[in-house]
Design a protein around this ligand. Structure first.
Ligand SMILES: [Zn+2]
Ligand SMILES: [Zn+2]
Length: 332
């Protein structure tokens, strides 16, 4: 048994510790982790806003290099990333092509140990080799891009159709780029001027500050006075969901993204009477995400606010929880 350094979250916070790593089982790949991106879910688990079993190694947006492989097509030295869902392969969902809904699903960095560690061992089924033009920092964005693509698959929009995304955070700005890539007319809402500024730097001209008095009329003006058909809620807050319901048109769709820390008190009668649909979306297709990133259709470099080394992970999480921050990257 080999000893490695892992960042372990326990009831009293984050600790860098020496832990044993089990030897490889058939079908597994051992990855030497390079970079891990922190997302809203990591930060909210660290804050104690989600029920997870501790101790836990966080980190599910990552890249690394194959260190040891039991499968010939996965070569030692290849730069890879991995999906988060580890499925059983035999339940009803798995045998009906819906592995993300597996009844025995484990999720990397959430229900089972993740990537904030020197090495990570995962089943080869979830590993994706990255093409040479994707570097080891950009590759950490494959997971959130895939997840944004899944939102677009579940809630498509027409070319040129106006749609609204509430929240210019880590996921919001990726979802915006994914919809923009298929020709949607994206309106981005936030209350934070720094985040709205970052959206503008990415080339989004239709940004709306929701602290201004006439924010909703600005959207109504562009949507026949009835509101957009599609609103993506990407703040993970009950307030964001309320806003989505306020602006979506009757017979429209609210796409839910992000982990919601608070329960919503959304009015079911409004949903019923206005025939508004709520549409969830979870993990997405990595192959499409890798292709979009490889073709330069998603800008990720500008989304990185700051890098930290693994030994400064405590500072990295504190920094990631601040308001004027997009992506924090931890280098292993
Ligand atoms: Zn995430
Ligand atoms: Zn299953």
């Amino acid at each position: 048994m080999e000893i490695i350094q892992s960042l372990i979250l326990t009831d009293d916070g984050l600790h860098l510790a020496d832990v044993p790593i089990p030897s490889l089982l058939p079908g597994e790949i051992k990855i030497e982790v390079r970079y891990v991106g922190l997302c809203g879910t990591d930060v909210s688990i660290w804050k104690g806003d989600h029920n997870v079993n501790l101790p836990l190694v966080l980190g599910h947006e990552f890249t690394g290099v194959i260190h040891q492989s039991t499968i010939p097509q996965f070569k030692v030295g290849s730069l890879v990333t991995a999906e988060t869902a580890i499925s059983c392969g035999s339940c009803w969902y798995c045998t009906n092509n819906m592995t993300r809904h597996c009844k025995k699903r484990e999720t990397l960095g959430i229900t089972t140990d993740g990537a904030l560690s020197e090495f990570l061992t995962v089943p080869s089924e979830i590993v994706h080799v990255l093409p040479p033009d994707i570097d080891s920092v950009s590759g950490t964005f494959v997971e959130p891009i895939a997840s944004a693509i899944q939102t677009r698959i579940k809630t498509p929009v027409d070319d040129g159709e106006p749609m609204v995304i509430i929240g210019c955070g880590k996921l919001g700005l990726i979802i915006a780029q994914v919809y923009d890539a298929v020709g949607a007319e994206v309106y981005l809402l936030d209350k934070n001027p720094w985040k709205l500024g970052l959206a503008k730097q990415l080339g989004f001209r239709r940004t709306i500050d929701v602290t201004t008095a006439d924010w909703s009329s600005a959207i109504l003006d562009e949507t026949y006075g009835v509101g957009p058909r599609v609103v993506v809620e990407a703040t993970g807050t009950a307030k964001g969901l309320d806003m989505a319901l306020d602006i979506v048109r009757n017979n429209g769709v609210i796409a839910l993204k992000s982990k919601h820390s608070d329960r919503s008190s959304i009015d079911p009668s409004q949903l019923a009477a206005r025939e508004v649909q709520l549409q969830g979306s979870a993990d997405g297709p990595f192959d499409i995400a890798i292709d979009m990133l490889n073709k330069g259709r998603i800008e990720v470099k500008r989304l990185v606010t700051k890098h930290f080394p693994l030994e400064d992970s405590q500072k990295a999480f504190e920094y990631a929880a601040k308001p004027d921050v997009n992506k924090v990257i931890i280098g292993i």
